[in-house]
Design a protein around this ligand. Structure first.
Ligand code: 5GP
Ligand code: MN
Ligand code: MN
Length: 480
């Protein structure tokens, strides 16, 4: 237990005002007693630090996958008044619009099992991965600006996927108001050859099957059935978003001084949302978010092509389509009820997923009657989940829930633990075929490096933020 925190109920602890100086509101961390034992003091301090920021509305929140991040904790959710509050790049993270897309198919587990090795090999060839990997798409400056403005719509216009994919992407894969003019040359340089690449380490493409169904009607409405093959794609805005974050952290350090904002940690550098600096960052962040949606759209298209080739099916027979695509590193302008009043706020979700309930006006028509699918990866050896957003999330967490299992071991700790072992072989013994670009990736990313996602998901399920719909098990994984 972290000294100074108080348990509220089975699923939540409070970080009271006074935990650090200058807190304007209290912090709430969604953890049960099991996960509370894994809490890092630094991450709890970060929840408290966020509570000192000007214009914070409601509480400074964190999900059960919380761990220490840059300024804000990963697993953190914080909303700020658009009139009096701030926006902060640290509240979004370096990989702007890192997120997850889930694809379904008509194939079943036994149909692909005998060919999984061949499938993984071919996916590995066609899905560029690894640090600084470049792809098959080379963009000039003008074209990259179009990607920044249009996101997944650009990709579909270029023939990557179908118009119908767009409705099942958060924000339809395109945030309005992205401004290509507030982005540095350096960001463009880094972004021009990286569209359609997975990236390194934690990013992955995983072939899975539906192992368990918790809510049959909701699963059916999402088109999911037992033993069905699914594909999960986890990547973000690559060097483009990273450079934008880097550029704006620097700009925000200046802005923090200019506007006289006092910070307990300089990594919380921020600017008033409505200031010139705040709006510039927001417009640049949207451009990076759009790049990430275009990226996942391209990767999905090549995944479909590989499946069609390996299984010699027509697109109609394969029926590989998007279940949903979520952003888990993003800031969004949204309307929320705060103390019985409708308010416009900037919700920062950093390692947190939107989880809107049924009936929410921002949901696509196909999901208004059930709620928003929430995609929660676990790790490459155990399981992942699909959940569905609930009303309680709107009431308690600005419509948000966790984004994964969350790291348990640092990369160095994981490498140490994997010494003398072959993670690849251990996974193969359990029937999971893994291929990775980075030399140390499999050690850094071994299942034990992460918390048990089943425990994490149980907390948000039991707290009522999002309900479990299906459990997915890995069969083949491409790691960065
Ligand atoms: P992050 O965006 O924080 O790097 O990662 C999100 C989550 O993805 C992690 O918290 C972890 O639970 C999960 N994850 C990382 N690697 C894998 C993988 O290879 N397969 C699956 N299914 N999940 C993973
Ligand atoms: Mn991510
Ligand atoms: Mn990422």
């Amino acid at each position: 237990k972290i000294e100074g925190t108080e348990r509220i109920d089975q699923y939540r602890i409070r970080v009271p005002k006074g935990f650090v100086q200058g807190m304007r509101t209290e912090g709430i961390i969604f953890v049960d007693e099991i996960l509370e034992q894994e809490l890092e003091l630094d991450s709890v301090r970060q929840v408290a630090n966020v509570a000192t920021l000007p214009g914070i509305v409601g509480k400074s929140l964190a999900m059960p996958d919380i761990h220490t991040g840059y300024g804000f904790p990963i697993g953190g959710v914080a909303a700020f008044d658009t009139e009096e509050g701030i926006i902060s790049p640290g509240g979004v993270g370096y990989d702007i619009n890192c997120g997850v897309r889930l694809l379904k198919s008509n194939l079943t587990r036994d149909e692909i099992e005998p060919r999984i090795k061949e499938l993984v090999d071919l996916l590995y060839i066609h899905i560029p991965s690894g640090v600084g990997s470049t792809g098959k798409i080379k963009l000039n400056y003008e074209e990259l600006k179009k990607v920044a403005r249009k996101g997944a719509i650009w990709a579909v216009e270029q023939g990557y996927g179908e118009p119908d994919d767009l409705q099942r992407i958060e924000s339809h894969g395109c945030l309005e108001g992205a401004d290509p003019e507030v982005i540095s040359k350096k960001a463009y340089e880094r972004g021009k050859d990286q569209l359609g690449t997975l990236g390194s380490g934690n990013h992955f493409l995983e072939v899975q099957y539906v192992a368990e169904i918790y809510e049959p009607e909701i699963a059916e409405a999402m088109g999911l059935f037992k033993n069905q093959v699914t594909v999960m794609i986890h990547t973000g805005s690559r060097g483009f978003g990273h450079q934008i974050c880097d550029d704006y952290v620097r700009e925000m350090i200046q802005a923090t001084k200019k506007y006289g904002i006092e910070l307990p940690d300089k990594e919380l550098a921020c600017a008033p949302f409505l200031s010139k600096e705040g709006q510039r960052y927001f417009a640049a962040m949207k451009a990076a978010a759009n790049y990430a949606w275009a990226n996942r759209q391209c990767l999905m298209h090549w995944t479909r092509e590989v499946f069609l080739r390996v299984f010699k099916l027509s697109p109609k027979e394969l029926a590989m389509s998007v279940v949903y695509d979520v952003a888990h590193n993003i800031a969004k302008e949204e309307i929320h009820m705060v103390n019985g009043k409708k308010m416009r706020v900037v919700v920062h979700r950093k390692g947190a997923t939107r989880a809107f309930p049924k009936g929410h006006p921002e949901l696509p028509q196909c999901y208004t009657h059930i709620g928003q699918p929430v995609i929660i990866p676990g790790d490459m050896g155990r399981v992942s989940f699909v959940l569905i957003g609930q009303d309680k999330a709107m009431q308690e967490t600005f419509g948000s829930t966790c984004h994964g299992a969350g790291r348990l071991l640092s990369r160095t700790q994981a490498i140490k633990k994997a010494k003398g072992r072959s993670i690849k072989q251990e996974l193969a013994n359990r029937g999971i075929i893994v291929k990775s670009a980075g030399k140390e990736t499999l050690a850094e990313e071994m299942p034990e490096a992460y918390k048990d996602v089943s425990n994490v998901v149980d907390v948000v399920h039991n707290a009522g933020l999002a309900h479990k719909v299906v459990k997915l098990k890995p069969m083949g994984v491409i790691k960065g």
